[in-house]
Write a protein that binds this ligand. Sequence first.
Ligand code: 5GP
Length: 192
Amino acid sequence: MNFLEERIVKDGVIKEGNVLKVDSFLNHQMDIELLDRIGAEFKARFASHPINKILTIEASGIGIACMVARHFNVPVVFAKKSKTINLDDDVYTAEVESFTHRCKNTVVVSKKFLSPDDHVLVIDDFLANGCALQGLLSILHAAGATVEGIGIVIEKGFQNGGRTIRNLGYHLESLAIIDKFNDDGTLTFREQ
Ligand code: 5GP
């Protein structure tokens, strides 16, 4: 088990509906040393890519992306959830269905902050069905930016997102992939 898998086993809480709560260390209370290690790990895995920007999505991706960005010395842009339908010419928009909240959000990124010159690493906390990621990828596509890679902290391997994204040819790295929530309350991680 790697450092993250060990922490998930120690402090993760399995909820109904195949939801894993990691809010004591990852996305509510945040263990900054752990996030720093996560940043170092992504830096090592994407070392050969000319990354000049990190893109994530509000809200739980932001803290993680910032810590990763310290290792790349690049800025972070986060897609904002917008309550109003924003039809301005100055933003890229995408529709994202929330797995945990079961609602649809429009997310927006200002055109000021993404351009064809950008080489982007996408970062998020979880990958489940891949909706959040598909939204970010469509924004990057609209901007003409290059997707250098995708870094996910926890992938739920029994949902479709990871397979779909890999089949599209993206370089996707997930630090922990959960293949099964077992009936006895344990988790099965994919060997990587
Ligand atoms: P997707 O769009 O891939 O279906 O879901 C990804 C988003 O849903 C992530 O940004 C994350 O916030 C949330 N999410 C999905 N599964 C889980 C889970 O098991 N636990 C938590 N805490 N969040 C999840």
